[in-house]
Design a protein around this ligand. Structure first.
Ligand code: ACO
Length: 328
């Protein structure tokens, strides 16, 4: 049985911070509304010239250094994102160029907020085909460029960031092991959370101005309901498939979409608050980047300890959802 080892982690968020107080000056909102409904206090916003691939470059450099792996040793670059620098080339190809390497397989995986787990599972697949692979799994999102900054219901929720990990085969003693990943989707609910503009269903002509469809739009209450339900059910399924009980989970790291969603999932697993990793107050919802950023911080701060079983459920547009079990 092959081991899937996470050799190193890295994360990055832009320097510029936008607080709830700053947002009070942009839209009709309050720190109190945002904090009580979401748990978010501030988010990072990309500077002019910063892009999804440039943030991915920063987090990837850290993950590679943490893993002790040179960029040239990589065989695959898989980037989970729905905000690539451009339609063509992919963010993964842009990242490869920034890393100063050539020849690797490079691809973007688009599964909205579940993008990191979809990318991770793809990486595990490539490793099965080519066991000597060294796979850079990275998620990066520049959501600030897909925000309608006049819509208080959406623009207060999101932020920009990137997280990365290096996945290889190896021995059990070599590092944290990805024991399993489960993924799912329900395209019939796709219209509940969209970024339609730029897609082929919309035609644009030179000179057109962008409309609301260019930005993130969603029905919050529906998203909330499905997020809690599906993150819970897939977490139960992955534990069962691997012979674990809910009580075996040492650390829960859910997609950081909303504090109330995180709390609701934690309660369904009877996981004490102090074993649920939360950083949403600093970053907001960073979509596909949220899980790898949280993993990096939880590892580097000692929140995750050797021997811990870590469960990471995610949920996002599509709808897509998933869960990974990682044995540290
Ligand atoms: N500040 C002040 N008031 C606001 C704001 C704001 N930023 N945003 C909305 N409101 C108002 C609305 O206009 C509405 O006012 P009204 O009653 O006068 O019409 C009122 O607050 C309630 O609005 P709702 O949208 O019904 O608020 P809700 O309680 O559902 O909370 C939230 C909204 C936080 C988005 C919630 O639905 C939620 O957590 N959803 C799930 C998370 C989510 O959707 N994330 C998006 C990405 S998906 C993902 O990452 C999985």
């Amino acid at each position: 049985m092959m081991n899937f080892i996470l050799r190193g982690f890295g994360s990055y968020a832009p320097e510029r911070i936008l607080t709830n107080a700053d947002l009070e000056k942009i839209v009709d909102t309050t720190d109190e509304w945002i904090t009580t409904r979401t748990g978010i206090k501030e988010r990072h916003i990309a500077a002019d010239g910063e892009t999804t691939s440039s943030m991915a470059f920063e987090s990837s450099k850290k993950a590679l250094a943490d893993a002790g792996i040179e960029p040239a040793e990589l065989t695959h670059i898989i980037c989970g994102t729905f905000t690539p620098d451009s339609m063509i080339p992919s963010a993964a190809c842009r990242l490869q160029e920034k890393l100063g390497i050539k020849g690797q397989m490079c691809v973007d995986v688009q599964a909205a907020c579940s993008g990191f787990l979809y990318a991770l599972q793809s990486g595990r697949g490539y490793l099965c085909l080519e066991p000597e692979s060294k796979v850079l799994v990275v998620s990066s999102e520049t959501l600030s460029r897909r925000m309608n900054w006049e819509d208080r219901a959406t623009c207060v929720l999101f932020g920009d960031a990137s997280g990365a990990a290096v996945l290889t085969g190896g021995e059990i003693t070599d590092g944290p092991r990805v024991l399993d990943v489960m993924l799912a989707a329900d395209g019939s609910l796709g219209d509940l959370l969209t970024v339609n503009g730029g897609g082929s269903a919309y035609s644009y002509a030179l000179g057109d101005t962008v409309g609301p469809e260019y930005f993130v739009e969603f029905q919050g209450r529906e998203v909330f309901k499905h997020a809690v339900r599906n993150m819970t059910s897939i977490s139960e399924a992955i534990l069962k498939r691997n012979g674990f009980e809910k009580s075996d989970v040492d650390v829960l790291i859910t997609h950081q979409a909303n504090m109330r969603i995180i709390d609701a999932v934690g309660r369904r697993f009877n996981i004490p608050e102090e074993r649920v990793f939360v950083n949403i107050e600093k970053y907001g919802n960073t979509s596909a980047a949220s899980v790898p950023v949280a993993l990096d911080e939880a590892v580097k701060t000692g929140f995750i300890k050797k021997g811990d079983l870590v469960l990471t459920p995610t949920f996002g547009g599509g709808f897509t959802w998933g869960a990974a079990l990682i044995q540290f």
